[in-house]
Ligand binder design. Structure first.
Ligand SMILES: [Zn+2]
Length: 138
């Protein structure tokens, strides 16, 4: 039991679990918004073309086609928006990664202009290979 508790704590403290939990909560709330938007805005418009009933209650021959199409539209809208969010997050991640990569490590060696040895330490005033006086660094 202690081992399981310890494993659970490690699992939680990894950080991405929290991210995931936030994602799940936001997704649940978002699904409600999409549901309301689809059943409140999209299907009434479609329902204008179906006489004598609302689209969500449209069930020719006992098949609840209206409710099914409602669910399909909700699914597609949710999928598209989630896809857009994931794409935006990925792009932002790539951008911040790129920024990190763009800052190159400061060089620690320079090239001697006389013998072209490229492992002369920055700050050296004489080349260790040919003994030439090196020009001052700018
Ligand atoms: Zn040299």
């Amino acid at each position: 039991m202690k081992k399981i508790l310890k494993e659970f704590r490690e699992f939680i403290s990894r950080g991405n679990v929290l991210d995931m939990a936030v994602g799940v909560v936001i997704a649940a709330a978002f699904t409600g918004v999409v549901n309301a938007a689809v059943s409140g805005l999209v299907t009434p418009i479609v329902g204008l073309f179906i006489p004598n009933t609302t689209f969500a209650e449209w069930a020719p021959g006992g098949f609840a086609i209206g409710a099914f199409i409602n669910a399909l539209i909700t699914f597609f809208v949710t999928a598209v928006v989630i896809f857009a969010i994931v794409k935006a997050v990925n792009a932002a991640r790539k951008l911040s990664k790129k920024k990190e990569e763009e800052a190159p490590a400061a060089p620690t060696t320079k090239t001697c202009p006389y013998c072209l040895s490229d492992d002369v330490k920055i700050g050296a005033v004489k080349c260790p290979h040919c003994g030439s006086e090196l020009p001052p660094e700018e």
